[in-house]
Design a protein around this ligand. Structure first.
Ligand SMILES: [Zn+2]
Length: 186
């Protein structure tokens, strides 16, 4: 049973990447403007007129390429965590924002700069262990090479696994951005 008043619609790029959660009313507007096409529907009729049934859109997809570069991603602590998927880049531990800090890959004392390319998310333990050393000196390996994100990882809106509508699952799970309420986060 879907309660139309609380229903949200997942907006995908043309390439099927989730970018935003919007209200179903906004989705209807985008459909009316021919900006998006419906990919999945909820089993909830929005409108019944004679033989026509219009369901509430669950997932919609942009018809045109989403211009990700229109707005550069702001360099901030939160966005660094999001880029790194809230994972310590040394021990791969999935953390809450409180459990994370940021680490200069090449320490500032060695000329390392505070840039997307030299800052990674780290848990406090790894941050302390690495101290004022490069990863090589500390014998620690980076999970991924840090880079400036060209767009923000999908579904910034934090949704719990239990509240993800079934109709979204095919589109949000592979992003690994969805919280797992059972704590068994991948
Ligand atoms: Zn760590």
């Amino acid at each position: 049973m879907v309660h139309v008043a609380s229903v949200r619609t997942l907006l995908l790029t043309q390439g099927y990447e989730p970018i935003q959660i919007i209200s179903w009313q906004r989705a209807i507007t985008l459909i009316a403007l021919d900006k998006v096409e419906v990919v999945e529907e909820y089993d909830a009729p929005l409108l019944r007129a004679q033989s026509i049934v219009v369901n509430v859109p669950a997932v919609v997809r942009l018809r045109k390429t989403f211009r990700r570069h229109a707005k550069p991603v702001k360099f901030s602590r939160v966005n660094i965590y999001a880029r790194d998927n809230y994972r310590c880049q040394y021990c791969a531990l999935k953390c809450t924002p409180d459990e994370l800090t940021y680490d200069h890959v090449v320490p500032r004392s060695k000329g390392g700069r505070t840039t997307w390319e030299n800052i990674v998310s780290a848990c406090y333990t790894c941050n302390r262990r690495k101290a004022n050393r490069t990863p090589a000196e500390a014998g620690m390996k980076l999970l991924t090479v840090p880079a400036r994100p060209t767009w923000m990882p999908s579904v910034q809106v934090r949704v719990s696994a239990k509240s993800v509508p079934d109709a979204w699952r095919d589109y949000v799970y592979w992003t690994a951005e969805v919280d797992n309420e059972d704590g068994g986060a991948d």
